[in-house]
Write a protein that binds this ligand. Structure first.
Ligand code: NAI
Length: 326
């Protein structure tokens, strides 16, 4: 039997945690042959609730789940982990400015970055989901300089999945027909779902859906505002779909990307497409199962460039707001 992978999940007693943990333990993330040990990290007040989650995980008798560590101690939580899924963060409350949120969460991610660097396995990869995820990832990365920058990721797969479904519904096709829908930039309302380079049934999306106004006035705002629409409808933020996107992203990174396709994830910019080096920016990515790279040569027209710059500018602003934490 394979050696178990140790997977840390912060915010494990939260909404996303409740959907995510069971899918990891069932094999949906690392495959049916790969055993896992879950490291569940929470803040002290949430430990009783976390204990309930642990009991439910035990009650599933998952064949692949070889152990559970449940703790509020970051050193124990990140000890020898191969993956750190940083989901927990403090939600924005009424009257809170973006700057306040960045600063509160920034402190969480400095501590977690340091604890990961001090405790995790040599091959650790870190995937930040807690918002604002790009900048939280930037903060953690800059507080863990011994870990190479290509091991850090921030989630934009939920935006990609949302965009794919919108295109599939409009074209009246199965979601599997939609490929290469890249999300550029920040996981926020400025992110840009690049429909110009998306394919539907192998053809450019703009040839299949000949409705320019729809793309600009309906598609982009629908994808950008989907999180808010779900909060309005459900009274709670997206959780099962977010957990699903976490599973999709890790699976995409640990498996070879099918030829001619790509997926979206925030990574440390190397200056590709003129995006400021060092920002955590979402690009179209391919993986060989171990290493990933940014897809080069994607055509960028004037409209795309404007959108890509707007979301880059927002990330630069966020970076400036947390400068003292970097
Ligand atoms: P939630 O509020 O239900 O759960 C968050 C959990 O994190 C709570 O149990 C809380 O006790 C815990 N937590 C807070 N500070 C912590 C710390 N320092 N260490 C460990 N745990 C801590 O929130 P939910 O719905 O699970 O969402 C989690 C995060 O994911 C939020 O920031 C949300 O905005 C973000 N999110 C990101 C998405 C993306 O696409 N990148 C999509 C959806 C949500």
């Amino acid at each position: 039997m394979k050696t178990p992978i140790r997977v840390a999940v912060t915010g494990a007693a939260g909404q996303i945690g409740y959907s995510l943990l069971f899918r990891i333990a069932s094999g949906a993330m690392f495959g049916p042959e790969q055993p896992v040990i879950l490291h569940l990290i929470e803040i002290e007040p949430a430990l009783p609730a976390l204990n309930g989650v642990v009991m439910e995980l035990q009650d599933c008798a998952f064949p692949l789940l070889k152990g559970i560590v449940a703790t509020a101690d970051l050193n124990a939580g990140f000890k020898d982990v191969n993956w750190a899924l940083l989901v927990g963060s403090v939600p924005r409350k009424q009257g809170m400015e973006r700057k306040d949120l960045l600063s509160i969460n920034g402190k969480i991610f400095t501590g977690q970055g340091k604890a990961i660097a001090a405790n995790a396995a040599k091959d650790v990869r870190i995937f930040v989901v807690g918002n604002p995820c790009n900048t939280n990832c930037l903060i953690a990365m800059n507080n863990a300089k011994s870990i190479p920058s290509d091991r850090w990721f921030a989630m934009t797969m939920l935006d990609q999945n949302r965009a794919v479904t919108q295109l599939a519904m409009k074209a009246g096709v199965d979601t599997t027909e939609v490929k290469n829908l890249a999300i550029w930039g920040n996981h926020s309302s400025t992110m840009y779902p690049d429909y110009f380079n998306a394919k539907i049934g192998g053809k450019p999306a703009t040839e299949v859906i000949k409705h320019e106004i729809w793309f600009k006035d309906t598609f982009i705002p629908t994808v950008q505002q989907r999180g808010a629409a779900i909060i309005k409808a459900r009274g709670l933020s997206s959780a099962a779909s977010a957990a699903n996107a976490v599973v999709d992203t890790v699976r995409n990174l640990v498996n070879p990307t099918p030829a001619g396709t790509c997926f979206s994830v925030g990574v440390c910019s190397d200056g590709s497409y003129g995006i400021e080096k060092g920002l955590i920016y979402s690009f179209p990515i391919v993986s060989d199962g171990k290493n990933w790279k940014i897809v080069q040569g994607v055509e960028i027209n004037e409209f795309s460039r404007e959108k890509m710059t707007a979301t880059e500018n927002e990330l630069k602003e966020e970076k400036a707001m947390v400068a003292e934490l970097l």
